[in-house]
Design a protein around this ligand. Structure first.
Ligand code: FMN
Length: 165
């Protein structure tokens, strides 16, 4: 089985979850940024897991990334804007026949989600949903991930791999 975990991540929280999901999937699954997950990396892929942060109550967009670039606020580090937003990656995703799962990272509370929008984008490209969208929670606006979230991500990855058999 070929599996890739694709992420957009400005401060590393979503990237860390993606790496843990890939570890949980095993079987050589790789975590790739939206810049890396193109062309050959996606050829004949059986499982795509895609994740992004919730920014401004929804899936991040070019608009909010630009406003963060101009005014990063009290960010502990400059945002990593070197890779495209998940929404752009989803729009460019070639049609496929594999399965897919979506996740987001966000603060705890009713402050929006991104995973359902990612799931929709994956479905639009022809990937069949494997389970429900998932969220992983950070402790503050810029992170870090709450304790136990990476372990949950690894377990989820293992579950997804199990569901593919
Ligand atoms: C400018 C900004 C806006 C945010 N907006 C939301 C939001 O609307 N809802 C939410 O749950 N979390 C929000 N967050 C928290 C992020 O979703 C969280 O820190 C996420 O894990 C960042 O992922 P990353 O480190 O992979 O970029 C926001 C964070 C920032 C910096």
């Amino acid at each position: 089985m070929k599996a890739v975990v694709v992420y957009e991540s400005l401060w590393g929280n979503t990237a860390a979850v993606a790496a843990a999901v890939a570890e949980g999937i095993g079987l050589g699954a790789r975590a790739l940024s939206t810049a890396e997950a193109t062309g050959a990396a996606l050829a004949d892929v059986d499982l795509i897991v895609a994740g992004a942060p919730v920014l401004g109550f929804k899936l991040s967009s070019e608009k909010i990334r630009e406003s963060i670039r101009v005014n990063p606020g009290k960010a502990p580090a400059p945002p990593d804007l070197s890779h495209p937003p998940m929404c752009a990656w989803l729009e460019a995703l070639p049609a496929g026949h594999g399965r897919a799962a979506a996740f987001d990272t966000r603060v705890r509370g009713p402050w929006g989600s991104a995973a359902p929008a990612i799931a929709k984008g994956l479905a639009n490209a022809g990937y069949g949903a494997l389970g429900k969208p998932r969220s992983f929670v950070v402790a503050g606006k810029f992170g870090p991930l709450r304790e136990g979230e990476l372990e949950k991500a690894r377990l989820w990855g293992a579950e997804l791999a199990g569901s593919m058999q």
